[in-house]
Design a protein around this ligand. Structure first.
Ligand code: ADP
Ligand code: MG
Length: 567
């Protein structure tokens, strides 16, 4: 009870910080249960971990707000965002170091399953961190009492109860998330790989601010020929652009909005919070953005469909390097995406290696095929679709040679979309590219099954058996190795990076046995999460984790510089 907590605080007042450990445990505060799960070592260390449990008798969320998983996740996003904001507002410095802090990872624009807030029929659970107060290193009991029995309850009251919200807002978060999940699931049956609703706001405020552009945004409007109408589970009617399966080009002048559209499609593998502007921009769930990433490491990937006969005589059927070039890195990214499974590749020429994408007729004349190790993407993109069912959406402003291989051509003009497929076909007929397609054509199945060597994946650091840290969204530390995830653009939140770090350590423990392949290992981890939730990666609930895809987990493993595989 609150009394027990108060009494214990009196007892340890003024003592050394370590005495806080005696507080660990659960306290029934009447309206909710406060569980001090882990107490920090000193006021400057990572803050202490707290879970609170608010039963539905108190929280009072209506059944409709959590009756499907998608609804519960949508509403939990609202709760987590509100909790994080209130925590910032109501926590205050209460001594040295992190004393008095209340913090929860604030969700971004993407709606993901998270460990920070969970909403179920029984109640609401929130997990967060608090800095237990001290003066210097001495326990400040009065401050601790104010933190745990005033500040925290206030944050909980104002974020984890239905009465704290406008009911319409809760309904919107529930329904939009359910609608978007449903919409994405329908795409294949409609022969589409993506859908962009009319009225969507695609541009962002800045390169470092993912919120929607506030002023001057041109809202999305589908060209009539690609227009589709859909009725969502909530009854909402939507009109928008359906992008058919196949090869799609996004063309247009520089600065007319091509990359912005592609970026929205990349993120369309996730749902977005109401107000984001991309709520109904959805892409098939296994879509993978592929880009050049020179300098990355590659471990035993079969690049031969794209790259063969390197001057050094190196075999590209199981290619390894600590320092890939632009083209080899892009070839590796595509092969890795196919290995883990994808039905849609997304490529932006801004971040692609030109010599990987296309070689025109004149260059073919000057440097004949036999002297060129690269089979450019333009010669593989149709085969990918026709023999493997893998579609591609490609931003190209520079080369009309791609008209020959496209099913659909979309043009952006002053941020407005036009369907120029017919015009592109006519141009292709009137001005033949006269390229020589690469002769020996079949796209072979990747020839290797990559099996990680368990000893090459180690989360160990010094005496610690498992040291895993997310240093922001784009950097993961596994043991003593830093994994650079900057080019993994569909990794969107630090809580995902953190979860992927834990998943790698978990995969190493449970499934890397020198026999399982990378896709098998990744599938096993995702199946465990599916069954048991993200807690399987962090049984004590010490970390804010968010859901992630097989594609990003594999991408992290593939970028681990120590990785060695048997093929
Ligand atoms: P491109 O890839 O065609 O060169 P970008 O997609 O990078 O163009 O867009 C250029 C600029 O225009 C960016 O600053 C972007 O935020 C802005 N922009 C993109 N789409 C829109 C839109 N629909 N309304 C307003 N501004 C937009
Ligand atoms: Mg661009």
């Amino acid at each position: 009870t609150a009394e027990a907590l108060r009494r214990q605080l009196r007892r340890i007042d003024g003592r050394g910080y370590k005495a806080y450990k005696t507080l660990q445990g659960a306290y029934d505060l009447g309206d909710f249960v406060l569980h001090l799960v882990h107490v920090q070592g000193d006021p400057f260390a990572t803050p202490s971990r707290v879970h609170v449990w608010v039963p539905q008798q108190v929280a009072q969320f209506p059944v409709w707000s959590y009756q499907s998983e998608a609804r519960a996740i949508g509403v939990a996003h609202l709760l987590a965002r509100t909790f994080a904001e209130k925590a910032r507002r109501f926590s205050r410095p209460r001594g040295s170091g992190h004393s008095g802090r209340i913090e929860m990872d604030c969700p971004g624009q993407e709606v993901l399953p998270r460990t920070a807030v969970r909403l179920t029929a029984e109640g609401v659970e929130a997990r967060f961190s608090v800095g237990l107060p001290a003066y210097g290193r001495r326990i400040a009991a009065d401050e601790a009492q104010a933190l745990l029995l005033e500040d925290v309850p206030r944050v909980v009251r104002e974020s984890l109860r239905f009465s704290a919200y406008d009911p319409d807002a809760v309904r919107t978060f529930a329904e939009v998330n359910e609608d978007a999940t449903w919409l994405r699931a329908q795409l294949p049956s409609w022969g589409l790989v993506a859908f962009v609703a009319n009225g969507a706001c695609l541009p962002r405020r800045s390169g470092v601010d993912e919120r929607p552009l506030e002023t001057g945004a041109v809202l999305f409007q589908a060209p009539p020929s690609l227009q589709r109408e859909v009725v969502l589970p909530s009854g909402r009617r939507l009109t928008g652009m359906g992008i058919p399966a196949g090869v799609t080009l996004i063309v247009g002048g520089g600065y007319h909005g091509k990359s912005t559209l592609l970026r929205a499609l990349e993120r369309g593998v996730y749902n977005h919070a109401p107000g984001d502007g991309r709520e109904f921009v959805v892409t098939v769930p296994d879509a993978v953005k592929v880009r050049a990433e020179d300098g990355r490491s590659v471990a035993g990937v079969d690049l031969s469909p794209f790259i063969r006969n390197l001057p050094s005589g190196i075999d590209t059927r199981a290619f390894s390097t600590a320092n890939a070039s632009g083209s080899t890195s892009q070839a590796a990214a595509i092969q890795e995406a196919l290995e883990i499974g994808t039905s849609l590749l997304l490529i932006d020429e801004d971040t692609a290696a030109t010599n990987f994408m296309v070689r025109d007729r004149r260059m073919q004349r000057l440097v004949p095929g036999a002297q060129e190790p690269i089979t450019p993407f333009i010669d593989r993109v149709r085969q990918l679709y026709e023999t493997r069912g893998v579609s591609t959406i490609l931003v190209v402003g520079s080369s009309g040679d791609f008209f020959d291989v496209a099913d659909t051509v979309i043009k952006l003009h002053e941020y407005r979309v036009e369907d120029v497929t017919t015009a592109a076909r006519e141009i292709a007929r009137a001005f033949p590219s006269e390229r020589t397609p690469v002769p020996d054509n079949p796209f072979r199945e990747p020839s290797v099954r990559r099996v990680p060597d368990p000893s090459s994946v180690s989360p160990q650091k010094g005496k610690r058996l498992s040291y895993v840290r997310a240093r922001g969204r784009e950097t993961l530390q596994l043991g003593t190795t830093i994994v650079d995830l900057r080019a993994v653009e569909q990794l969107v939140h630090v809580a995902q990076t953190r979860a992927i770090g834990q998943a790698l350590a978990y995969a190493r423990r449970r499934y890397m046995d020198g026999r399982r392949t990378i896709p098998e290992i990744v599938a096993a981890v995702l199946a465990d999460i599916e069954r048991q939730g993200l807690d399987v990666l962090d049984p004590r609930g010490l970390l804010d984790l968010a859901g992630f895809r097989a594609q990003e987990l594999a991408a992290a493993l593939n970028r681990l510089r120590t990785l060695r595989v048997r093929v």
